[in-house]
Design a binder for this molecule. Sequence first.
Ligand SMILES: [Zn+2]
Ligand SMILES: [Zn+2]
Length: 391
Amino acid sequence: MSTKDYLEKDYYAVLGVPKSATADEIKKAYRKLARQYHPDTNQGDSAKETKFKEVSEAYDILSDSKRRKEYDEARTLFGSGVGGQRPGGGGFPFDFGDLFGGTAGPQGGHGAGDRIGDLFGGLFNRGGSTRTSGTTRPRRGQDVESEVTLTFTEAVEGSTVSLRLTSSAACAACTGTGAKAGTTPRVCPTCEGTGAASRNLGNFAFSEPCRDCKGRGLLVDDPCPVCEGSGRAKSTRTIQARIPAGVADGQRVKLKGKGAPGENGGPAGDLYIQTNVKPHAVFGRMGDNLTIVVPVTFTEAALGAEIKVPTLKGMPVTLRIPPGTPNGRTFRVRGRGVAHKDGTKGDLLASVEVVVPKTLDDKSRELLSEFNTATAGDDPRADLILRARSE
Ligand SMILES: [Zn+2]
Ligand SMILES: [Zn+2]
């Protein structure tokens, strides 16, 4: 049984039971229908035979509690049968970050002025000590955190963004020593360069940062005027960062080696970019699948129709709606979802939403009244009251 079948088939409707039906009710409904449509009693009636197969298939799934659970979950996930997603509503009522491994981020927390490339490079010290050591051993550059807001399409297709990054680097004037150019820091005599002092309190010995050099191990007599002796400077640079195709809202993208440059031949830090993705007016995302809610008229759903459905990029596709399509049914358009570099492609999941006309002209009202009379025998609530009482 494929996901597609799960999405397109309403087994509850086939058996005429509510979603909340008990195993017993399902069995009863199945037996009644199976008798009604059984090929032995309907020889040569292919419509009834088809119906019998549908009923059997529905019973296969719904009578097996494990498969029924799977089926329910798949349909809940895809919003089938309940009208699905609203156009422009910006998504399903749960957090995709949780489902697809991304970190959920703040939704829509960015102002209208956000544009691609209009970014703020954050400066964070990710666990690194800001203490300047007087030695010249290689130091790995800091990791840098930044943030980018992408349009829905940019997130789907990947995008190159310009990022202005501010990070802490060695002061250029004193090459990070903190001592005025031409002078060098001297080893702190109190701690002999260790930066630590031990204090004896009776039987206990405490180690604490040396008070004279504040733990640096070095003393600067003549501080560098540029960095006021700190040895650190802020450096701002602009880099081009490639955000891969298919990032989700709230996802953190790691770009190795794109953080602050290392010192004394040390490796560069990494750059972490938090991606915020703006919702699309029409499309939603479910992992690599795109979703869309397509309004159809009652007559299109009842009689069947060929309708045009937009795709994110490229020409609209023609979707064939079979006669008797229920509201909320989801159709899969293969390969029109999120495309990755490795050639994998998601699908476009189009859910139909039956639209009821708000007003009717005389002619339409007349025809619908006629339709109503012609179908007076089909009461969709025929056994609803009975079923409501059966528990
Ligand atoms: Zn000291
Ligand atoms: Zn300096």
